[in-house]
Design a protein around this ligand. Structure first.
Ligand SMILES: CC(C)(COP(=O)(O)OP(=O)(O)OC[C@H]1O[C@@H](n2cnc3c(N)ncnc32)[C@H](O)[C@@H]1OP(=O)(O)O)[C@@H](O)C(=O)NCCC(=O)NCCS
Length: 374
């Protein structure tokens, strides 16, 4: 047995998956064999969620049934609504999001049934209810009346409706829907691996998703979309951008929304998201963020050969849509629940306890001295 340390599991293949494939050399990402770009142009988020969870794109009847199941499960309990209402208003929405899924686990009658059928029923409930509870916190912390879900709205439209009380124009909804498709799944990233690790001890899906949310919160993972916005706000105006980024590189700072563990020549999701960011920016008459975006991006590529990841365009896009900055990563959550769930089900189907080794580098074996001798 080799005791070579592979910090960060760099380059280690830990299992097989049929859910998605990241091909960094050709800048490609597929879900169940379909290129994400193709899915973004031809499908809506519900179709992609069905695909990620079930392995195939739905036909009309399957989609209708899936949407009905989601719609039927969107309402949250009075208990959860009250919990959300009484969360400290200053809580980070990601901490609220993990608490929400944990509470859903307490309320679910099938929490401890890990059979594939029960897991799929639980997935539908988590997927349908989490956005409702997150949107409830979006309003409750501003002391605004909570808006319950509305029938006959798509997943994306309903989220806007529950947050703002209205649905924006179809181009904005499409941009949001595309972001959800791009965030749905990305193989063995940190949060997914966390979910699979929790699952590998035969723990339950609510626990695995709660842990995955905690992992996604970090700025090196999902939290980067928030950090991108903080960076753009610090830059303030396009005239400052060049100086700001040159200074950041001089100080060897990590520039959020850039770089990736797997993609080294660019993130396959960026061109699609960038296209929709530019559309939203045009609709909003934005001249500031789009310019800052282009300047920082070109300096990062020219000087460091480090390319943007998907969090770079989603940050300013969500800002222009009116979402509070600390809600960007919870939006990632409502989409990634699909990918995490598919991985949890896949892990259960062919489980092996995940238990790596470590190389000990602490003190040599020594004797315990009694308290009065130390
Ligand atoms: C995502 C990330 C953690 C990948 O890390 P990794 O695979 O471990 O790669 P490393 O951190 O070892 O980066 C390799 C080199 O590129 C540099 N680099 C990578 N990302 C960078 C960034 N965003 N800004 C500045 N330099 C960066 C590192 O400093 C390192 O340089 P060095 O070799 O001179 O020390 C890293 O790129 C990062 O911190 N990005 C910012 C956070 C972010 O956007 N996360 C979302 C990911 S989808």
């Amino acid at each position: 047995m080799s005791d070579e340390v592979k910090k960060g599991l760099l380059g280690i293949v830990v299992d097989e998956t049929t859910i998605s494939q990241v091909m960094p050399d050709i800048n490609s990402l597929t879900y169940r064999g379909y290129a994400v770009q193709d899915l973004c142009e031809k499908c809506n988020f519900e179709e992609v969620a069905y695909l990620v969870l079930n392995g195939e794109l739905p036909n009309k009847n399957q989609l209708k049934k899936f949407k009905n199941q989601i719609e039927k499960n969107r309402n949250i309990s009075i208990n959860l609504r009250e919990i959300v209402k009484h969360m400290p208003k200053k809580s980070h929405p990601m901490d609220v999001a993990r608490t929400i899924v944990s509470v859903l686990g307490l309320e679910d009658k099938e929490t401890n049934d890990n059979s594939p059928k029960a897991n799929m029923r639980k997935v539908i409930r988590i997927f349908a209810k989490t956005p409702t509870a997150i949107a409830a916190f979006f309003r409750a912390r501003k002391s605004k009346k909570i808006i319950p879900p509305k029938k006959n709205l798509s997943f994306a439209e309903n989220f806007f409706y529950m947050c703002f009380g209205k649905v924006p124009n179809k181009d904005i909804v499409k941009a949001f829907d595309v972001s959800l498709i791009l965030y749905a799944e990305h193989s063995f990233n940190v949060s997914t691996f966390t979910a699979r690790t929790i699952t590998s001890s035969l723990s339950d899906i609510h626990g695995a998703i709660t842990g995955a949310i905690a992992s996604l919160k970090g700025p090196l993972h999902g939290g980067a979309n928030e950090e991108v916005m903080h960076m753009m706000n610090k830059i303030k105006k396009p005239d400052n951008a060049l100086k700001w980024i040159n200074n950041a590189l001089k100080k060897k700072e990590v520039v959020m929304g850039f770089g990736h563990r797997v993609y080294k020549k660019g993130d396959s999701r960026v061109p699609t998201m960038e296209k929709y960011f530019k559309k939203v920016s045009k609709i909003n008459g934005d001249k500031k963020f789009i310019k800052i975006y282009d300047i920082v991006k070109s300096v990062m590529i020219e000087r460091k050969n480090i390319h943007p990841n998907v969090d770079y365009p989603t940050g300013p896009t969500y800002h222009l849509m009116g979402f509070d900055t600390d809600f960007f990563t919870p939006i990632f959550v409502i989409s990634r629940i699909t990918g995490w769930s598919a991985h949890i089900i896949e892990q259960h189907a062919a489980n092996k306890l995940i238990r790596p080794l470590s190389k000990y580098s602490g003190p040599d074996h020594r004797k315990v001295m009694l308290l009065n001798q130390r």
